[in-house]
Design a protein around this ligand. Structure first.
Ligand SMILES: N[C@@H](CCC(=O)N[C@@H](CS)C(=O)NCC(=O)O)C(=O)O
Length: 221
């Protein structure tokens, strides 16, 4: 039996982080292979992934010859392999969790696009524009309401795929702008997420890598 998860550089591969975290939290054994997605070798390395996985992207999980690609599919697979431990038992709560996952998947990349996952690891952070600050405040307020509605420590009850999906966004937003006392539930939720052992483990590996500087991060000349 061979199960391999292909991930990108730990300080760049936010989608792989979600897939990796879900497999770890479900207690599924796998080996991991890091694909260097820094430019210029990115294209050659991803082309090699494209030889067995149509999107030619990471993450991709190969489980005994079955190729499972896209973080969402891998997260759902991790949940099923783990006997459903990563999603709530109640159908409505489960749908809610999937709504959060879909929200992250379809739109969060467009929120503050200059604040890439890579930029979370820059020692010298840029000053946020008014628009960026406003966009992050809006998300903090929406998360605060979601946590309030749930009356729990996590978004839909116990720690679930919904929370895991947001971890890289939590990192890229909070590393630039910590939530203050206006968002107490968000602060506590973020502390809980960022101190989870598997999250800390990935972040340790990410901090061990050289920061990857992307163009367009700073607005100043
Ligand atoms: N929707 C995909 C996105 C994966 C993705 O964009 N991965 C990046 C690295 S973080 C990649 O491999 N991109 C390939 C490319 O830019 O061609 C998922 O959730 O897995």
């Amino acid at each position: 039996m061979a199960r391999t998860l292909y991930v990108g550089n730990y300080n760049a591969s936010s989608w792989a982080f979600r897939a990796w975290l879900s497999l770890k939290e479900a207690g599924i054994y796998f080996s991991e292979q890091m694909v260097d997605i820094r430019r210029p070798q990115r294209w050659e390395n991803l082309a090699r992934i494209g030889e067995f996985s149509p999107p030619a992207a990471v993450p991709v999980l190969v489980d005994d010859g079955t190729v499972i690609y896209d973080s969402l599919a891998i997260m759902e697979y991790a949940n099923e392999m783990g006997g459903g431990v990563l999603l709530p038992g109640d159908i409505k709560r489960r749908a809610k969790a999937r709504s959060f996952m879909a929200w992250q998947h379809s739109t969060f990349g467009r929120i503050c696009p200059c604040l890439s996952f890579e930029s979370s690891f820059y020692r010298d952070k840029k000053n946020l524009s008014t628009d960026e600050q406003g966009a992050i405040e809006k998300i903090y307020t929406l998360w605060q309401h979601a946590l309030q509605d749930n009356e729990g420590d996590y978004l839909v009850g116990d720690y679930s795929l919904a929370d895991m999906a947001f971890v890289p966004s939590v990192i890229r937003f909070s590393s630039h702008y910590q939530p203050d006392e206006r968002w107490p539930l968000v602060r506590a939720w973020m502390d809980r997420l960022l101190t989870r052992p598997h999250v800390a483990d990935w972040m340790g590996k990410a901090y061990d890598q050289e920061p990857i500087y992307l163009p367009g991060y700073r607005n100043d000349p």
